[in-house]
Structures are given as structure tokens and as C-alpha cells.
Write a protein that binds this ligand. Structure first.
Ligand code: SF4
Ligand code: MG
Length: 335
């Protein structure tokens, strides 16, 4: 496919009074036109900082300190605020976890959608209102002709997230970045929103980056998954690779921590024990070494390179080194 976004060796740090927090430590990934990918990791893995970096929405004291963000082939890292304003909400749109923080409580839902439509599609007010109703209908808001004049507080959580999606899509973006879009919603609504995103992707050909701590959320929507930990990519592959042939112990841990509806509450989650590394003093070796059940001597000494498991499937783990004990076992090679 044609590359829409290519992130190369991105490094983002926060310059706090304690020192430099290296939140993103050199990550690379890409997204093709019309593709949906998932970026998955626990909080503190660097996934949200990655999306804010791509949108150039980092707040002080955050700063991109290295790498490239190629959007349609052009590096946007050094774009001015003005240039970014034109790209954001026009070519790249974003939706967040809590729509209440992005919706303006004093304007009706309709006015907020129309504002975007008027700004980006240069329609008059009447046409913009028609288009806004159409958008609300598309995201599944019932009786949109009436609902368009509601204020955000008159919408339920799920409807607010739908309205946010309508606003984000009103400018017909090439790329939609959704950061934990369903985390605050209950399971049924969560499923509906994900289904909606999947439908919209197919209908309007927007590329989607879905950012979440929950691997279960990306399974259905995304064709490829990037697993992040400690500000680095641990594993990347097709959804099938990640779910059925995970190679990185962190990915395996995440898979075990997916809530399962078929089990009772207590047995549902097996969280990975331990805490993420302190990115003020990032480990020189594998960031997962302190929590990894397979940790070896080399793991704490040297950051593993990416080992290609299969076409498009790679993982950063010493277990995949041809000389590792695991590889020797699985290939039958003995020395
Ligand atoms: Fe575990 Fe070592 Fe692989 Fe890191 S490199 S995930 S510590 S086995
Ligand atoms: Mg986050």
C-alpha cells in the first residue's frame, strides 16, 4: 500500500525539574492509506505521547528530540503552529478518551459540528446544518434532526463519543487518531463505537490509529498492531501474528490480561506483575527485563535488536536471537 504516515526513530522527552523523562525513545512504524493499526501498551508505555507527537500537540515541557514524522512524504516535525493548524482537523483528526474535555459545554452539538464543516468545507450555514445532521445520522445518533440542537450534557457518554467522531470526520481527514476512545464507556457501548469505527473506515477510507491499553479492543478493527513498552516498540505484526503467534513476553503478558467475559470476575484478569521502568533513567537493556519471566543475563546489558519472525512480524527480544536457548530448543539445534 501507499504510505500515509511514516514515523522514523521518533524520540520525545519531557524536560522536568527532575531531569529528562525519555517518554518515547526511538520508535518507528508506518500506516498505509486506508489502513487501521493499533498501538497497544500499558499506561506509561509512550503510546499517548506518540500520538500527541504526531499531532504536534505536545505540551510544555514535552519536546520531540529526534527522528522524523513523514506525513504524505513530508517531515512535519519542524512545521510551524500555523502549518499544523491547517493539517489538524483537516488532514489529521483526533478523538480522545473523554469527549467532555473536547466538547464545548456552552455550544450545541450541532454548532460544534457545523463550525468544523464551515471552516473546512466552505459551506453556507444551511448546507452545513444539513451536513451536520447527515454526520450525526452516520455515527448512529437517533433523531438527528432534533438531537442536533442538544447541548453536550444532554447526550449520554456513548452519544458524546459518537458526536466527537462526527466532528472528527466532518473535515474528512486522511488520518484519524483515536486515543482510548472507548475506555470510559461500558462494554456494550464500547463494542458499538468500535463497530462504528470499523464501518466508517470501510465507508470513507480514513486511515485509523487506535491507541489503547486493551489488546481486545484492537483485534477487530486493526489489521496491524504495534506493541509498545517503556517508550519502545516491543513487537509489531498483523493482528493474526500478535494474537496467535506472539513472540515477545510482554505481548504474551498483555494477551493474558485481556478481560474475558466467559470467566468470573476474579479469574478474568491476570495482570503482569511489576511496574514499568523509570524513564528518567531508562534501562540500558530490555525495558521489560525486571518483569520478564524469561529474563537472561544479556537482557539487562543490551537492548535487543528487532528480530524478524516472519514477513511484517518482528519483535525486540533476545529470545529470538539465533543463539538463544529458546531458539535452540525450538529448532532442535544443539551445540
Ligand atoms: Fe524478556 Fe529478555 Fe526478551 Fe526482554 S529481551 S522480553 S527480558 S527475554
Ligand atoms: Mg494514554
Amino acid at each position: 500500500g501507499e504510505k500515509l504516515l511514516e514515523v522514523k526513530n521518533l524520540k520525545t522527552s519531557f524536560f522536568t525539574h527532575l531531569g529528562e523523562v525519555q517518554a518515547v525513545r526511538g520508535i518507528s512504524f508506518h500506516i498505509d492509506k486506508g489502513e487501521a493499526i493499533g498501538i497497544v501498551g500499558e499506561s506509561g508505555s509512550g503510546k499517548s505521547v506518540t500520538s500527541l507527537s504526531v499531532m504536534k500537540l505536545l505540551q510544555y515541557p514535552g519536546k520531540i528530540v529526534g527522528g522524523e514524522i513523514l506525513f504524505k512524504g513530508k517531515d512535519i516535525v519542524n512545521y510551524s503552529n500555523n502549518k499544523m493548524l491547517k493539517i489538524r482537523g483537516n488532514e489529521i483528526a483526533m478523538i480522545f478518551q473523554d469527549p467532555m474535555t473536547s466538547l464545548n459545554p456552552v455550544y450545541t452539538i450541532g454548532n460544534q459540528i457545523m463550525e468544523v464543516i464551515i471552516r473546512h468545507q466552505k459551506l453556507n450555514k444551511k448546507k452545513a446544518r444539513e451536513k451536520a445532521i447527515e454526520m450525526l445520522k452516520m455515527v448512529g445518533i437517533p433523531s438527528p434532526e432534533k438531537r442536533i440542537d442538544n447541548y453536550p450534557h444532554e447526550f449520554s457518554g456513548g452519544m458524546r463519543q459518537r458526536a466527537m467522531i462526527a466532528i472528527a470526520l466532518s473535515c474528512e481527514p486522511d488520518l484519524l487518531i483515536a486515543d482510548e476512545p472507548t475506555t470510559a464507556l461500558d462494554v456494550t457501548i464500547q463494542d458499538q463505537i468500535l463497530k462504528l469505527m470499523k464501518e466508517l473506515k470501510e465507508r470513507i477510507d480514513t486511515s485509523i490509529i487506535l491507541i489503547t491499553h486493551d489488546l481486545g479492543v484492537v483485534a477487530d478493527v486493526c489489521s496491524r498492531i504495534v506493541v509498545m513498552y517503556g517508550g519502545l516498540v516491543m513487537e509489531e505484526g498483523s493482528s493474526r501474528d500478535i494474537f496467535f503467534n506472539p513472540q515477545h513476553p510482554y505481548t504474551m503478558g498483555l494477551l493474558k490480561s485481556i478481560p474475558r467475559l466467559d470467566l468470573e470476575e476474579k479469574k478474568r484478569l491476570i495482570p503482569i506483575p511489576g511496574t514499568p521502568p523509570d524513564l528518567l533513567k531508562p534501562p540500558i537493556g530490555c525495558p521489560f527485563a525486571d518483569r520478564c519471566p524469561y529474563s537472561m543475563k544479556i537482557c539487562k546489558m543490551k537492548l535487543p535488536e528487532f528480530f524478524e519472525v516472519d514477513m511484517g512480524h518482528k519483535a525486540s527480544c533476545w529470545l529470538l536471537h539465533p543463539e538463544s536457548p529458546k531458539m535452540k530448543l525450538s529448532t532442535g539445534v544443539r551445540k
